[in-house]
Design a protein around this ligand. Structure first.
Ligand code: SAM
Length: 204
């Protein structure tokens, strides 16, 4: 089964509030984003945003140009349904990030628990190519991944654990780490998962 079909099935079978990564309020992402010098009209992308509520909060915060991209159309349909009429304010993209061709550049790229699923070097190279071509110079990249002492698998998929140094080495010299925050995520089933959140800027 393809990567896309596997994710489509997960979102077809489970409630969006029952998946292990569910957050009622994505507090760590929001605290990081709210501390960045971003005008309200800049382009923002939530990569592999799925049915995350981040987009709801970004709209409330006044951001006007938000893209939510995910491999799974089922995931995006859940987010659209939750948002109701406000869904029309968002650019929805059902795409694989490793082959995404953006129509314009972004000032903020947010990825919670997506890059860490790329266990193949070739896929990570493709992701980085898209990232490099998508972010404007001086723009910000937030990547959240399971930390070195966090889970090794999620939803039946192997993942790659990261710390700041490993992620910096992976992204390369065009991106400079400016902040990191740990997060103890508690899943809806009550399990603890250790995440690291990393904020990078793209050098001019
Ligand atoms: C663990 S979930 C995290 C969802 C969301 N970021 C959050 O924090 O609630 C991973 C998401 O990445 C999506 N995904 C996995 N691989 C992807 C890819 N190659 N391109 C785009 N989305 C992908 C899945 O469909 C899923 O919605």
């Amino acid at each position: 089964m393809s990567r896309k079909d596997l994710w489509e099935n997960i979102y077809a079978d489970k409630s969006p509030t029952g998946v292990s990564w569910y957050q009622k309020e994505p507090a760590t992402s929001l605290s990081l984003i709210r501390n960045l010098p971003l005008e309200r009209d800049v382009n923002i992308i939530d990569v592999g945003g799925g049915a995350s509520t981040l987009v709801d909060y970004l709209l409330e915060d006044g951001f006007k140009n938000i893209t939510v991209l995910d491999l799974s159309s089922n995931a995006l349909a859940l987010a659209r349904k939750r948002l109701g009429e406000k869904a029309d304010l968002i650019n929805w993209k059902t795409e694989d990030i490793t082959s995404y061709v953006p129509g314009h550049d972004y000032s903020l790229w947010h990825d919670r628990a997506v890059f860490h699923f790329l266990t193949e070097k070739g896929d990570r190279e493709k992701y980085k190519k898209v990232l490099e071509s998508s972010i404007r110079n001086g723009g910000f990249v937030i990547i959240a991944a399971f930390s070195m002492d966090g889970p090794r698998r999620c939803s039946g998929f192997d993942i790659v654990q990261y710390d700041a140094e490993k992620l910096q080495n992976e992204l390369g010299g065009s991106f400079k780490l400016v902040k990191e925050l740990p997060e103890k995520h508690i899943t809806p089933a009550g399990k603890e998962q250790l995440f690291g959140y990393y904020v990078f800027t793209k050098s001019a």
